[in-house]
Design a protein around this ligand. Sequence first.
Ligand code: ZN
Length: 433
Amino acid sequence: MLEPGVEARPWDEQLALDDESYRAQLAYLLERSSFYRAKLGAAGVESAQEAGGLGEIARLPLTEKREVKETCTADNPFGAHLCASASEIVRIYSTSGTTGTPSFVPLTAGDFENWVATSARSYAASGVTAGQRIVSTYNAGPWVAGAALAAFDRIGLCHIPVGTGNSERLVVAIERLRPEAAVLTPSYAAYLVEWASERGVDLAASTVERVLVAGEPGGGEPAFRAKLEAGWGGLVTEAMGIGDIGVSLWGECEQQDGMHFGARGFVHAELVDPETGAAVELRDGARGELVLTHLRHRAAPLLRFRTRDHVEVKTSPCRCGRTGPRVRCIGRTDDMLIVRGVNVFPSAVREVVSEFAPRVSGHILVRPRVPGVKQDPPLPVTVELGRDAAPEDALAEAIRARLRNVLVVQTSVELVPWGSLRRSEYKSTLVQH
Ligand SMILES: [Zn+2]
């Protein structure tokens, strides 16, 4: 552990400390943020005392990304939740988001430090240690991922930035520089396994022992993970963040049983029902949308921010000694479809289909027949066959039956030959409207 005193702190003690930070953060918001003064005022909260502590946080309104964006003006491109003065801001990132135009994320020096500390805890959980080499494939550029890369210096790793879009260069770097770890999106990690095997390169025989995946859901799906681990011959662990709140907020340890909360002390996590917004208790096995609140943020703090990430919670003790709840991302609420009242995540469809490997490649595409979230069954799913696999009706039927049993959804399955579905060197598209 990078910071055992923090990461293994009993969770009750963490929450008591967070309660103090939260009360101070609320007072700061009410003093400096016109957005939250108006929003909390409309909810009948005029002072931090009236809002109470973390135990009462569910009484406060949720914040949607859209609301914040709507307050951006020519004079204030960040939004009315901005609290810091221009002279305090030392870094401005952009988030591409999954919808709409980019937004700007300002940070003070302290905010940046907390982001790096968070990200370092999350990535160190995977087992990478000082003195090792790590090759990274993120084109950090304007994006918040740049702060995650700073975490590698903090851990003491030798960082080899290679960037996205040049698999040849990446493989040469792996072969010549012999790194112990690689960090990439799960889609790119899968792409490289195929890319390398088609060129007679055995990634599993490389020096890479740890594959750190982040940037999209998928790294935690058992069948998909097994495929990556076989292809790379290493341990796959995942990390997750959200640009508006922080990078790599969560990171998985070597036990591979959900992501630990690296942002503890800086951010508070809650779950809500994605349809009603009602609070869902953070107990073992609970599922819901992740809602995050900054506890010690200065530039543009957010309160009860809806991440649109749908997660499952684990609270059982972890053998690594880190305390607190862990999560596994099931999918993005934005990708979710509702088929006759049942919530269906395309990433969950891929997870079930991947059980049929090697007869399937693991690439799928959900093709809703009508625009929008609500769909009538059967939901069309295109499934790519494995290399040399035959398009047998019995296989399509077995996949259909398995999807019905596991996800309670009626589908129609179309099998297509190996190589038919587009590969991604960044993030995969699983739904095509
Ligand atoms: Zn652990």
